[in-house]
Write a protein that binds this ligand. Structure first.
Ligand code: ARG
Length: 444
């Protein structure tokens, strides 16, 4: 068994399998980032005299070749290799000999996996932001397109006051903008360099951590080496909060969709090929997409709790179960990104019912509108309220079914422009360009 740390004893096979767990499969997703970390680390080693120029050239060349192999899916963690860190170092040594054995000076797998995860999370967060932004634009577009179409608003699931498709779509757009504030916080905390903290206590080599911070396009570094190691778990916790925020917005929207698609509401519809059938009931067109989304997004809201339970009361320093955090976070990103994409796709195909309020059961939506008209004509609110109440009881309530709401954020003044400006501002706060430039320089 090829282990970086193997001296004489062979570890029991059961222990090996139990401790390696799902690393070979999950680490594959971090492989490109592991190589990036080594590209930066070895440049730094050369700059402080721990690697000569010739070795650096060999190492850089081979790491870049490996980066491309990973990009083209020509990379695997061999069955008897522990993890991606071991695989990369072994491949290098196999291909270029002695120089490969020098790359691990001043580094431990503890800070190596830390930096891999930060780079991986940064990449995933960027995708989350991009997909959230796309869904946001789709919602704003629908809100504008259907701003004249009224919809019953509910409280207690009882018919309450007039709402509109403009409000409904726009509400979820604004919700996503707020969710991205959480993602921005997660991004900022993720975007700090832990490399150089080694096993968690630094190194006697004069490492230049500022240099690797710049090379990897990080905003700053986790200064204190003990804190850098504590970032494992903490970063995941904060990311989990951010993902869970978006998930909560999506889950609520998915629930609305299921409800509004029900025949008892029939507010929206989808082309038949976006719904699913039943094996027994020939008439069925089920909203399975939204149901799966609701389930996945509800499950994602357990993520902060899962991370907290796994890490609560762990003392400072590295502990092996930190490895299990990958099992929580990696599929969470995949699920959320899938859900964001599916939500956009479904909304590109939604139809809205333009005549919902023709149904007499929605007549009482207009009770407050009528009270307010009387108030505007000089009747005190409580008297007007009572009069309309009595009319309703006597069956004499025949409102005009129009609304004129003008204040900020209401049916007639959606403020989609302000919401969009707020979203644009958040998106601009993510320094994706700096990250992309740093990475392309490292691999070129
Ligand atoms: N697979 C390990 C993890 O994810 C890599 C770090 C191993 N470090 C160690 N001290 N055993 O945590």
């Amino acid at each position: 068994m090829a282990k970086l740390w193997q001296k004489t004893t062979n570890v029991d096979k059961l222990v090996e399998n139990f401790t390696v767990g799902r690393d070979r499969e999950l680490d594959r997703q971090m492989a490109a980032f592991d190589v990036l970390g080594s590209l930066a680390h070895t440049r730094m080693l050369e700059s402080i005299g721990l690697m000569d120029a010739a070795d650096l050239m060999l190492v850089q060349q081979e790491l870049k070749a490996l980066y491309l192999e990973i990009e083209h899916d020509n990379f695997e963690i061999e069955p008897d290799v522990e993890d991606v860190h071991s695989q990369v170092e072994m491949l290098l040594t196999r291909r270029i000999g002695e120089a490969g054995k020098k790359i691990h000076s001043g580094r431990s797998r503890n800070d190596q996996v830390l930096v891999d995860l930060k780079l991986f999370f940064r990449h995933q967060l960027q995708q989350v932001v991009t997909e959230t932004d796309t869904l946001f634009r789709q919602l704003i577009q629908l809100s504008e397109e259907h701003k004249e179409v009224l919809l019953p608003g509910y409280t207690h699931l009882q018919v309450a006051m007039p709402s509109s498709f403009g409000l409904w779509f726009g509400a979820y757009a604004e919700g996503l903008a707020d969710d991205l504030e959480m993602v921005l916080a997660a991004w900022k905390i993720t975007n700090k360099n832990p490399l150089g903290s080694a096993a968690g206590y630094g190194s006697s080599f004069p490492l230049n951590r500022t240099m690797t911070t710049e090379l990897l396009g990080f905003e700053s570094l986790n200064h204190n080496v003990v804190y850098a190691q504590m970032g494992r778990g903490k970063t995941e916790r904060i990311i989990a909060q951010a993902l869970s925020s978006i998930a909560a917005t999506l889950a609520k929207m998915a629930m609305d969709q299921c409800l509004y698609l029900s025949q008892n509401f029939a507010f929206v519809s989808y082309p038949e090929n976006l719904t699913t059938g039943s094996s027994i009931m020939p008439h069925k067109k089920n909203p399975d997409v939204w149901e799966i989304m609701r389930g996945k997004c509800n499950r994602l809201q357990a993520l902060p709790n899962d991370v907290a339970l796994m890490t609560t009361n762990l003392p400072s320093g590295y502990h092996r179960e930190l490895q299990l955090l990958k099992e929580l976070l990696f599929p969470a990103f995949t699920d959320l990104i899938d859900c964001l994409q599916m939500a956009t796709f479904m909304l590109q195909n939604i139809s809205v019912n333009k005549n919902i309020l023709d149904d007499p059961k929605y007549t009482y939506l207009f009770s407050v509108e009528e009270v307010n008209k009387a108030v505007l004509n000089g009747t005190p609110f409580r008297d007007a309220y009572k009069q309309i109440g009595l009319d309703i009881e006597a069956g004499n309530f025949n409102p005009e079914k129009t609304v004129s709401h003008t204040h900020e954020g209401s049916i007639g003044n959606l403020q989609n422009e302000q919401i969009t400006n707020a979203m644009d501002k958040i998106i601009q706060s993510f320094d994706f360009k700096k990250v992309e430039d740093a990475i392309s320089w490292l691999v070129k």
